[in-house]
Design a protein around this ligand. Structure first.
Ligand SMILES: [Zn+2]
Length: 560
């Protein structure tokens, strides 16, 4: 069942009149005909959600690593499902797939990374203390006798009058950087909310712009938003990128544990806590650490192909059908990798993101079952290479099949609620665009509340595929489940979320089992369906709220 108003003792079951519910929320009832609710209810069910998850997250798909057999099977399956629902191929040249090259680089790093300090040599141990990926797509990488410089957050943000470099030449140096962005003041970098400046991708790009040789990001669980284990599993193997196109690059993208970096800078005569305190000021200047290092490593470089899967249901309005609502969910995960304590090597990615794919397929089914097509076209886009840095959505945003100014909205699913119904739903990117009000009305219909990002420090908006749509100006949002579970004590959801991040996220244990319940996921998928349907039906496309960071990009896209 999709709509159960336990809070108001209004229970809607198949075949029951919804008049009682409509009386409670006149705005939403006026917007959505009763028949549409019934279609959603029959299309978005426990079975239509569970089945794709069982298939995509099965061991047979071997974790859906990019350019593996599992990747091929996942893409074929998704295209087949869309075709059987009546969708048309929406990739280039009327194909189901938008294939693209991905460069895979496996750095063969030394077991010990050696540094010379005034207190003698210091070694950092691979995996336990440092992790790195190659910054270049060549057979070998490295640098000689490079000096370590602490550059605080490594941020240059004119709008906040913040510049950690202060014009200091860091060419050829190894930059030691803090993760995240300044978060102690609401007027600086949106306070606790992590902006793009606080993402590791920004840190490496920032270092490359300055011609640095390498970077060591100091890992702490609060500043990353995840434990060291996630850094190990994310960076331990082959790294995938879109092919280089002549942009500046560093040789080595590194991470160090807090304890390792503390030990290292101490050997240079510095206290990590004091360096950190100094970085919390606009007056901060880069600190030369008096430490030098050389490193050389070989890369195994491969060029492989993966792809996005795209299907479209053409709109019914002769004019508006050129515009499109794009739903996204990434189909990739980590494939086969390092075994966990039980010896399991398959990173099944059931929650991340077979669950998102399943929600898209269920939504696709609901659209296909409508008696009349929506006015705008509706596209289902299953993107590749998300876990390696949002590659598929980035590729689509660089090679869109609809002009960015014709994309009405992007609704992204990354993950799904498998723990039961919630009183709330988190919308990552709430407060940014006019889509909020639509989603809000749908939530009210379910007797739930739309919540802002409850972990704004984790920077989720920049960590999933809707970010690449926002960058080209498309109003975008990302539903990320709720946190207040019905029938559970307060705080239970957050506790479960924390346990999950520690023990399951990006690990072989992300599997579907008998404990999964789907009534919460059904409601969350229904909100996305109705929101997209209303966007597809509206006279005008949604807009970013005035002053939003992506408003300028939208204006540019609409002008073209
Ligand atoms: Zn994901």
């Amino acid at each position: 069942m999709i709509f159960k108003h336990t809070s108001r003792m209004l229970v809607l079951v198949a075949g029951m009149s919804i008049t009682a519910v409509q009386a409670q929320t006149p705005a939403a009832s006026a917007a959505i005909p009763a028949a549409i609710y019934g279609i959603a209810q029959r299309s978005i069910t426990a079975s239509t959600l569970a089945a794709p998850i069982r298939y995509l997250a099965s061991d047979a798909l071997e974790g859906r690593g990019p350019a593996t057999r599992g990747d091929t099977l996942a893409r074929l399956y998704l295209a087949t499902e869309l075709e059987s629902l009546g969708y048309l191929p929406a990739g280039p040249n009327k194909s189901w797939q938008q294939e693209f090259d991905v460069v895979g680089t496996t750095a063969q790093l030394p077991n010990n990374w050696s540094f010379t300090t005034k207190s003698g040599p210091v070694d950092l141990k691979l995996s336990d203390e440092y992790i790195a990926g190659s910054g270049v797509q060549t057979d070998s990488a490295g640098f000689d006798n490079a000096e370590l410089v602490f550059v605080g957050y490594g941020i240059e943000a004119p709008e906040y009058k913040w510049n950690d470099f202060k014009g200091v030449d860091v060419k050829g140096k190894v930059l030691v950087m803090l993760n995240n962005d300044p978060d102690w003041d609401d007027k600086l970098f949106a306070g606790k909310t992590r902006l793009y400046y606080g993402r590791w991708t920004y840190k490496y790009e920032s270092a490359a712009r300055h011609g640095a040789a390498g970077v060591i990001i100091v890992h702490t669980t609060p500043s990353a938003g995840y434990p060291w284990q996630v850094v190990q599993s994310s960076w331990g193997g082959e790294q995938f990128e879109l092919p280089a196109e002549g942009e500046p690059r560093i040789q080595m993208k590194g991470w160090g544990t807090e304890e390792a970096v503390r030990r290292l800078v101490k050997a240079g005569g510095f206290d990590l806590d004091k360096l950190r305190a100094a970085a919390k000021s606009r007056a901060f200047k880069p600190v030369s650490l008096g430490i030098k290092t050389s490193i050389h490593f070989n890369n195994k470089v491969s060029r492989v192909r993966t792809g996005n899967v795209a299907g479209v249901l053409p709109g019914s309005d002769p004019k508006l059908k050129d515009e499109v609502v794009i739903y996204t969910a990434h189909h990739d995960h980590f494939g086969i990798g390092a075994p966990d304590a039980k010896g399991d090597k398959i990173y099944n990615g059931a929650q991340d993101n077979a669950a998102g794919c399943a929600q898209l397929l269920a939504i696709a089914r609901a659209f296909a079952a409508l008696p009349e097509r929506p006015r705008r076209s509706v596209m289902m886009l299953f993107v590749a290479g998300e876990e390696q840095g949002l590659l598929g959505s980035r590729y689509y945003s660089l090679h869109p099949t609809y002009a960015p100014g014709k994309i009405a909205a992007n609704i992204n699913y990354d993950g799904g609620n498998f723990r039961g119904r919630t009183k709330d739903l988190t919308q990552i990117g709430k407060g940014k665009s006019s889509i909020d009000a639509i989603a809000q009305a749908m939530l009210e219909r379910q007797g739930r509340v739309l919540m802002n990002d409850q972990f704004p420090d984790k920077g989720y908006f920049y960590r999933s595929d809707q970010f690449n749509f926002a960058k080209i100006g498309v109003p975008a949002l990302y539903f990320h489940g709720g946190i207040e579970y019905i029938g559970k004590p307060e705080g239970w959801g957050r506790e479960q979320q924390d346990l999950w991040t520690e023990h399951i996220y990006h690990q072989p244990s992300d599997e579907i089992d008998d404990t999964w319940v789907f009534d919460g996921m059904i409601e969350d998928a229904a909100v996305g369906f109705f929101t997209g349907w209303l966007v597809a039906q509206a006279d005008a496309m949604p807009t970013w709220n005035p002053g939003d960071e992506f408003e300028a990009a939208r204006k540019k896209a609409l002008a073209n």
